[in-house]
Design a protein around this ligand. Structure first.
Ligand SMILES: [Zn+2]
Length: 426
């Protein structure tokens, strides 16, 4: 998490956030966005025009052994204690929102058709269908030592007795095309949602104000009560009168204090979007790609994000030789059609930047893998997959290029002629 924050800070990306702690409640601060923050935003019912309260229940019997905090469990929509639909203008209908939440719940549990997104680099796991025969396609992961990217494979028919598998293709070019379409499609949504979140906080502020008013009313009532008790006491009973006067003063002081808090809270809550803030929110539409590619964002999180927008993806690698036809069925009901080139063996695999390779060649005779990795990272160079270099990366390239005498280049590059191209970082 610290690394995400660092990445995004380097890029200067921030998200407007309302302070929800008691101190300075409602004041606006700018925070570096995290993927989980984006996911939370996309789940927000404010997007569907609702004001809700109590989406989580806190189970006092189950507490974190570390912090002692009660553990939270999401309530289903029907169980939310406060749920005012059609509260403010919506971007999607309430019915649609509920349907989506139900689907998300299904999709993210074992009961759902699509299953739980697992770690693994095939991002469309559970979403891909075969356009040729209509069956669901599965992911064929390669052993890590093969250094090959996974494939999408329609193999159910083969299992059921067909002569051969229906079709298969390397996941990488397909994923790349779908991700690009996703980031393009989702950016304007994230922008709208961010604005909705701010609206949601405005609504929270209204609730807070009501609570403060009630507190004040209660305190004023107690003052009147104390005053009546003081008035009613026999003045000759000085001890009792003094005590009642002390209590009355206490109540008065409490009212004064609440009034000050109230005024301060009102002042803090007063907030209008400045032109600058508006511009920053507009820039949010460009933030998603950065979050997406952040080093510490996991594939599991990427899959979750894709599933928020994508219903299914149909693949046809048969109709046109050397190409895969992709149809993305969005949750919104629209369809996007794309065509990508199939990865031929060896071709199109990601390459370690030439500059990094030449520096590795230069340093290999004199320096350790770790020192080389550190040096490349300092120079801002990244691996074929855009990651920081590790000892393993450097070791791999040295062995591949025969740079290490003690460890000869023992492994030959895959000569496999299937369509599942080698994904060796080369
Ligand atoms: Zn098929």
């Amino acid at each position: 998490m610290r690394a995400v924050v660092r990445d995004l800070k380097e890029q200067g990306l921030e998200l407007p956030t309302r302070v929800t702690a008691k101190e300075r409640y409602g004041s606006l601060i700018w925070k570096v966005p995290t993927l989980s923050a984006v996911i939370r935003i996309l789940h927000n019912p404010a997007y569907a025009g609702a004001y809700v309260y109590g989406r989580w229940e806190y189970l006092s019997e189950r507490r974190s052994p570390k912090t002692g905090k009660a553990s939270a469990r999401a309530r289903s929509v029907a169980q939310w204690p406060v749920n005012i639909t059609a509260h403010h203008p919506a971007y999607l209908s309430w019915e649609e929102f509920v349907k989506n939440q139900e689907r998300l719940r299904q999709n993210w549990s074992h009961e759902g058709n699509r299953g739980v997104p697992r770690e693994g680099s095939a991002l469309l796991q559970g979403l891909v269908y075969c356009s040729v025969c209509g069956r669901k396609m599965s992911v064929q992961n390669r052993a890590a030592k093969d250094q090959r990217s996974p494939s999408y494979i329609c193999g159910r028919g083969y299992q059921d007795g067909d002569e051969k598998i229906c079709q298969s293709m390397t996941s990488r070019p397909v994923d790349a095309a779908v991700v690009e379409a996703f980031l393009t499609a989702v950016s304007p949504i994230s922008l709208q949602v961010a604005t909705q979140v701010l609206d949601q906080v405005e609504q929270d502020l209204i609730v807070q104000r009501r609570q403060r008013e009630l507190q004040l009313e209660q305190a004023r009532y107690e003052v009147r009560l104390a005053q009546r008790q003081y008035d009613a006491v026999d003045p000759s009973n000085r001890l009792v009168a003094a005590e009642l006067e002390r209590r009355w003063n206490e109540k008065l002081e409490r009212v004064a204090q609440l009034e000050r808090t109230y005024t301060q809270a009102e002042r803090d809550a007063e907030w209008k979007l400045t032109a600058e803030e508006r511009a920053a929110i507009t820039d949010l539409s460009g933030d998603l790609p950065a979050i997406w590619s952040a080093e510490t964002t996991t594939n599991q999180e990427r899959k979750q994000l894709l599933r928020m927008a994508i219903e299914s993806v149909q693949l046809d690698g048969i109709r046109q030789a050397g190409q895969v036809e992709i149809q993305i069925q969005w949750r919104s009901g629209t369809i996007t059609s794309l065509i990508v080139k199939r990865a031929a063996p060896g071709e199109g695999s990601l390459k370690t930047p030439a500059e990094a390779v030449s520096r590795i060649h230069e340093m290999a005779p004199r320096r350790t893998y770790a020192a080389i990795a550190a040096s490349l990272n300092r120079a801002g160079l990244r691996s074929a997959f855009g990651r920081r270099f590790t000892t393993q990366h450097i070791g791999y390239i040295c062995r591949r290029d025969g740079l290490t005498k003690s460890k000869p280049n023992s492994r030959l590059k895959s000569k496999d002629g299937s369509d599942t191209a080698s994904s060796v970082e080369s």
